[in-house]
Design a protein around this ligand. Structure first.
Ligand code: TYD
Length: 222
């Protein structure tokens, strides 16, 4: 059985990834493709517990290295439990964030550097590379405003604050943004950069175009 495609979505908080992943999953399902949707951190029982620790605003004292180690523990579990088995069964895997997030947020944002992230990915994640990464980068200011609004809303509804990351300074997000752009420039074959303040429909169209291209390549080589 041919291996499934591994597709990741990346971007700043509030970039509209979640909406786009849902629309893409529906588009693929309409074409008869078996799709598995997952997200990081989270997506497994262990991962959901790690997610709570990492995203809980009260973990503000978490050391950057500890945070990165938890994110990689989550990822190693997700690969073993969800991602690899699905790909081996020929399914399409759509993953909301993957190692590029760690490179952008911990490597760039927290200034741990890219080298350690790439090395840990090689050691702990078997260097698993997405077949395609869709990187959504709307204007920085618009993204920040959306992330803050969403965080306030979640806090009002649930009384919890999942927004430790959103509380970071703008300088942090500028570094994340910059590192994402560097990743896209370094790996143009894998990473499709969808830039600017586009409508939801426009972004969906660009995503469908990129995914269709990869699907065609797979069919040709099968
Ligand atoms: P989430 O609620 O999933 O937000 P979003 O919808 O923006 O993806 O929160 C994930 C947060 O975790 C987000 O702020 C980015 C951060 N993160 C990292 O810092 N490093 C990582 O490796 C991953 C996967 C996420």
């Amino acid at each position: 059985m041919p291996r499934g495609l591994f597709i990741t979505l990346e971007g700043l908080d509030g970039s509209g990834k979640t909406t786009q992943i849902r629309r893409l999953a529906a588009w693929m399902a309409r074409r008869g493709l078996a799709v598995v949707e997952t997200r990081q951190p989270g997506g497994t029982a262990t991962g959901d517990r790690i997610r709570e620790i990492v995203l809980d605003a009260r973990s503000a004292a978490l050391a950057p290295m500890a945070e990165m180690a938890l994110l990689f523990a989550d990822r190693a579990q997700a690969i073993a439990e969800v991602i690899e088995p699905a790909l081996a069964h020929g399914k399409m895997v759509l993953c909301d964030r993957f190692t590029d997030s760690t490179e952008a947020y911990q490597g760039g944002g927290r200034e741990l550097g890219s080298a350690i992230v790439l090395e840990l990915h090689r050691l702990l994640c078997g260097d698993l590379k997405p077949d395609l990464t869709l990187l959504l980068l709307p204007g920085l200011e618009a993204s920040l405003a959306r992330a803050r609004r969403r965080n306030d809303r979640v806090e009002m509804q649930t009384g919890t604050n999942e927004g430790r990351f959103e509380q970071e300074q703008d300088a942090f997000y500028r570094r994340v943004w910059q590192r994402y752009r560097e990743i896209a420039a370094r790996e143009p074959e894998r990473v499709v950069l969808i830039e600017g303040d586009l409508t939801i429909d426009d972004v969906h169209e660009q995503i469908v175009e990129a995914v269709s291209e990869r699907l065609m390549l797979v069919r040709q080589s099968a």
